[in-house]
Design a protein around this ligand. Structure first.
Ligand SMILES: N[C@@H](CCC(=O)N[C@@H](CS)C(=O)NCC(=O)O)C(=O)O
Length: 121
C-alpha cells in the first residue's frame, strides 16, 4: 500500500498510527513528488491518500480506516459495545474537527519542504 502524506500532517499521523497498530505495511510517499499522478487518479491532492495494489485510491482518514476495517477486521479498533463505539466516533470527530487547529500542517503543506518518500519502519 502507498500512503501519500507528510509527517507534519495530523491526518497522516492518524492513518500511520492505525496502519502500524494493524500491522499493515505501507510506503509513505511525498505527495509533492507525485502531484500530477494523484490529480489524474484521484482528482485532487489532499493528504493522506492511499493507493492500493488493486488500483483503488482513497482519501480522508476516517473513511479510509472504516474501509480497511471492513477488509481487515482483526485486530478490531472499534469497541464492540454500541454506546462505547458511538463515544469513540464522537471523540474521533472532535479530534478531526478541532485538535488539528493546533497542528502545523497547513503552512508546511503549501511550502513543499517535506522530505522525500520513505518506507514505513
Ligand atoms: N478529513 C480529512 C482532512 C485531511 C486534510 O485536511 N488534510 C490537509 C493536510 S493535514 C490537506 O491535505 N489540506 C489540503 C490543503 O491544505 O491544500 C482526513 O481526515 O483525512
Amino acid at each position: 500500500m502507498k500512503v501519500y502524506g507528510i509527517s507534519v500532517s495530523y491526518y497522516t499521523g492518524k492513518l500511520e498510527a492505525y496502519l502500524r497498530y494493524k500491522g499493515i505495511s505501507y510506503e509513505l510517499r511525498n505527495p509533492f513528488s507525485h502531484q500530477k499522478r494523484i490529480r489524474e487518479q484521484a482528482g485532487a491532492v489532499q493528504v493522506p491518500m492511499i493507493e492500493l495494489g488493486d488500483g483503488r485510491w482513497m482519501s480522508d482518514s476516517t473513511p479510509i480506516i472504516a474501509q480497511l476495517e471492513k477488509e481487515r477486521p482483526e485486530p478490531a479498533i472499534m469497541p464492540e459495545d454500541e454506546v462505547v463505539r458511538f463515544i469513540s466516533l464522537l471523540i474521533e470527530d472532535y479530534a478531526d474537527e478541532w485538535l488539528w487547529r493546533a497542528a502545523p500542517c497547513r503552512g508546511r503543506l503549501s511550502s513543499g519542504t517535506e522530505k522525500p518518500d520513505r518506507n514505513a519502519e
